[in-house]
Design a protein around this ligand. Structure first.
Ligand code: ADP
Ligand code: MG
Length: 393
């Protein structure tokens, strides 16, 4: 087992977006130094990193440099080439390592691994050609959601097909994708996530179950506690802990789950890194997901995080910024605004978030509504919006 990592050791982070930025902010608070690898010299973490390694993610010399300059390495996103992570691993420990990365970044490998291990997942089939897509759709039955097996996030690379006509127009668009996963498009009661935490010694714990509302496939709102039964909450926590243990992960693992209309819990996705739904933990928990990550990868003792009370988190996207009166927002008591300092504003780009605390779930709910009004987010997204969401980036 690794000796505990103590300051002024250096934490290396692959990716300098907001997740990397929040990770090193917590690392600095705990006395550690940081080196961040990102191709963008103006990435959110650039303002904080002790050292910024500005190089494309495909540059092996950057992987060597990161390894040489760090005591332990982690990553903030899954679309990194696992081969690059292996290069780092040849010199330095990376937690979570390249093994879970290979699985979590590939929707087929992820679903197959989950299914093989006995985790409940949505019925799915794989297709490599439009003929296979037709076959897969027949097997699963409409409505289906078609997803590219790699490079998708925030609903990118996904389309919902409700009927034969949708399928025909989807196939006629001549998309050049090597592999699709076709999933049954389920009517959901609610979506939840659990962030599980696991140390070098195999000790596990988890954050409370988070209830998530997506709009246009992007996380819009998270609430803690999740408004599901105690039994489902316990089951969700167990599933997340079983998953982090099964995949032998040191670090944190966010398990996204569906609660179907008939009350069944299914595992949707795995994210072996800090997760947007866990941002509440910075302001409303005895330990944040970022501290949990630093502690676990550094071989430090991990404690069970306890939420400080009912809370919520609302994401601020580029399209919200034009509505947002920051002064008005900060008049709402017990809210904390986080802005990531991104220069390029795009309608669906995550620019920041707000954490909302309150004495009761009802009070938090009222403040959430006030914030939604301030950012121009009122009516829930309709299911049909998903049809137009296919874009491979
Ligand atoms: P990503 O988060 O990587 O974009 P997901 O697979 O988590 O991809 O899909 C994004 C969102 O789309 C989910 O959070 C959920 O709201 C919806 N969704 C995805 N797959 C299904 C499904 N099979 N049935 C119902 N809703 C789905
Ligand atoms: Mg997801």
């Amino acid at each position: 087992m690794m000796r505990p990592l103590l300051p002024p050791a250096t934490i290396g982070v692959i990716g300098g977006g907001q997740l990397g930025m929040m990770t090193i902010r917590e690392a600095h608070r705990m006395g550690f130094r940081s080196i961040v690898w990102d191709p963008d010299p103006e990435c959110p973490a650039a303002r904080l990193a002790d050292t910024l390694l500005t190089a494309p993610f495909s540059d092996p010399s950057a992987a060597h440099k990161l390894a040489e300059s760090s005591n332990v390495v982690t990553y903030e996103f899954e679309s990194i080439d696992p081969g690059m992570v292996e290069l780092v691993e040849n010199t330095r420990p990376v937690f979570p390592g390249s093994r879970i990365l290979r699985i979590a970044r590939h929707r087929r490998l992820e679903k197959e691994a989950l299914q093989k291990a006995g985790f409940p997942v949505v019925p799915f089939a794989i297709a490599g050609t439009t003929n296979e897509l037709r076959e897969a759709t027949k097997q699963i039955g409409f409505p289906v959601v078609v997803k590219t097996t790699t490079a998708g996030y925030d609903g990118k690379g996904q389309a919902v097909l409700e009927n034969e006509a949708d399928l025909t127009s989807f196939c006629s668009e001549g998309k050049d994708v090597p592999e699709w996963i076709v999933e049954q498009f389920l009517p959901l009661l609610v979506e939840v996530s659990v962030i599980a935490v696991r140390g070098h010694d195999g000790a596990v714990t988890a954050f409370p179950v988070i209830e998530n509302e997506h709009r246009e496939n992007i996380l819009h709102l998270s609430r803690i506690p999740a408004r599901i039964t105690d039994a489902l909450r316990a089951e969700a926590g167990k599933l997340a802990i079983s998953a982090i243990t099964h995949f032998d992960i040191v670090g944190i693992l966010c398990v996204e789950m569906f609660v179907t209309k008939n009350g069944t819990l299914l595992v949707n996705e795995l994210a072996p890194r800090p997760h947007n739904s866990g941002h509440f933990s910075l302001d409303a928990s005895t330990m944040s997901q970022f501290e949990a990550l630093i502690r676990t990868i550094g071989g430090l003792p991990v404690q069970k995080p306890r939420p400080l009370g009912p809370c919520a988190m609302v994401n601020i996207l580029g399209k919200h910024l034009k509505h947002l009166d920051l002064v008005k927002l900060q008049k709402i008591p017990e809210t904390k605004i986080h802005l990531y300092g991104k220069k390029r504003i795009e309608p669906k780009r995550k620019m920041g978030h707000v954490t909302i605390l309150g004495a009761s779930e009802e009070e938090v709910g009222k403040k959430v509504e006030q914030i939604q009004e301030l950012i121009g987010e009122k009516s829930p997204a309709s299911r049909s919006e998903r049809r137009h969401s296919f874009s491979i980036q």
